[in-house]
Each structure stands twice: as C-alpha cells, then as structure tokens.
Design a protein around this ligand. Structure first.
Ligand code: DC
Length: 233
C-alpha cells in the first residue's frame, strides 16, 4: 500500500539538458499527476535575488531575502507558469545567463533550505513527478520511484542549442557545450545536495533514444509500481 493519499512520488534527477522537463511533463500528463519543476524554482529564486541586487557573497542578506520567497508553479491552459513574489517570470528565467546564475545561486544554503521545505510541502501528498538534481537523494529520499536521466555532453548541448536557436537566441554549439560543462561542474562539485545518482535510482541514458522511447520505458515502470502499491487506482 502507498502511504500517500494522492499516489506515489516519482523523482527524476539528472544533469541539465538530459530531457527531464519534457519527460516529467509527459509522464505527469499520462499518469494524471502534477509536475513539479524544481529547477524552475531555483531559477525564479536566482531571478529575484538578482533583481533585488542582493550580494550573493553575503549569506546573511541572502537568508534574510529568502524568508519572504514566494515561488509558485501554476498550470494555466496546459502551460506551466512560474510566479515569483507575484510576478510571472516564466520567460525571463530561461536565458543562458540565468542558467549560469542559477547554478551559483542553487549552491547557497539559505536558498536550498527555503526551497527544500516548499518542495517537500508540494509533494508530500504524492501524485507528483518532481524533477531536479537532488530529489531522490535529499528532497524525497523515500520516493517510491526514482530515475536518473542522463545523456552525453554533446547530445545535451545539441538539444539546448536547438532549443535556444528556435527561440531566436543566437548561440553556437561551442559556447553551448562550454555552458553545459560548466553547469555540470558547478552542480556536481558543490558541497550542498550535489548532483548525484541515488543508490536506488534507475539509470536511463537518453542519448540515443527518442522522447517517446524514454517516456514509454519510464511510464511502464511507474505504472507497474502504482499498480503494485495501489491496486484500486
Ligand atoms: O533543471 P534546470 O536546468 O532548470 O535547473 C537550473 C539550476 O538549478 C541548475 O543549475 C541546477 C539547479 N537545481 C538544483 O540545484 N537542484 C534542483 N533540485 C533543481 C535544479
């Protein structure tokens, strides 16, 4: 039996550009679950800190600022909106500069503590697909289903480059590879909640698989787990 009222907790961790957001969204849709993009929450925190001009080297100031953080993920007509202290920041948090800044901001203890609490609160009833870097290791170490989704650096950079180019942002593959490598380094070498595969996570390498193939593989495993734990659902 699953101990949570709304279903199981599905954790998807992995490096940037492995396809976590797309897979988490489609998986949540298929299961009738809620998607929680924790990276978007860190991005929103970085945006707010930068907009307020908070000195990131001054941890007391960061902590003080984080006391009043209000970051929400809202679903509007099938689109996920990110609202930070009341403001819709969905588009602004997706630039390459914001990606690098977020990687720095997400290494700060007061930021992680504030967001950890709200993520645990958002997911505690179950029926959720959470994606990030530390979901299976820190946020929900007791998640019923854990995946570690990865892909080669070149493939991840190619996907990111295509995504940004299609939005009209002029980027080269070389600078995108450099950005991916730098973010991997920052995310996995930090002291707090570094990017790491949980011992009980199922590894999925998406380098040579289509989105549909990855989704099909993960969906079957989740469905089996849900059926085993909640025979009536
Ligand atoms: O998944 P993303 O690229 O939108 O994440 C943005 C940054 O936030 C990334 O550098 C890692 C960080 N992050 C984190 O530290 N912990 C999470 N659970 C999710 C994201």
């Amino acid at each position: 039996m699953c101990s949570r009222p709304d279903g199981i907790v599905i954790a998807i961790d992995g490096p940037s550009g492995a396809g976590k957001s797309t897979i988490a969204r489609l998986l949540a849709e298929r299961l009738g679950y809620i998607q929680i993009d924790t990276g978007a929450m860190y991005r929103a925190a970085a945006f707010l800190l930068a907009a307020a001009g908070v000195n990131l080297g001054d941890l007391a100031a960061v902590e003080n600022f984080c006391r009043n953080l209000d970051i929400r993920l809202e679903s509007v007509s099938g689109r996920q909106l990110v609202r930070a202290n009341g403001k819709d920041v969905t588009a602004q948090i997706r630039t390459p500069e914001m990606s690098l800044l977020t990687s720095r901001v997400s290494a700060l203890k007061p930021v992680r503590e504030a967001l950890l609490k709200s993520q645990q609160q958002m997911g505690r009833r179950g029926g959720v697909v959470l994606e990030g870097r530390d979901i299976g290791t820190v946020v929900f170490p007791d998640a019923e289903m854990k995946f570690y989704l990865s892909a080669s650096v070149e493939e991840r950079a190619r996907r990111r480059c295509d995504e940004l180019t299609s939005k009209g942002e002029p980027v080269t593959i070389e600078e995108t590879i450099a950005g991916v490598v730098e973010r991997d380094r920052q995310d996995s070498e930090r002291d707090l909640a570094p990017l790491r595969q949980a011992d009980d996570a199922i590894p999925v390498d998406s380098s040579r698989l289509s989105i549909e193939e990855v989704l099909a593989k993960m969906f079957v495993m989740c469905r089996n787990k849900i059926d085993a734990l909640e025979p009536s659902l």
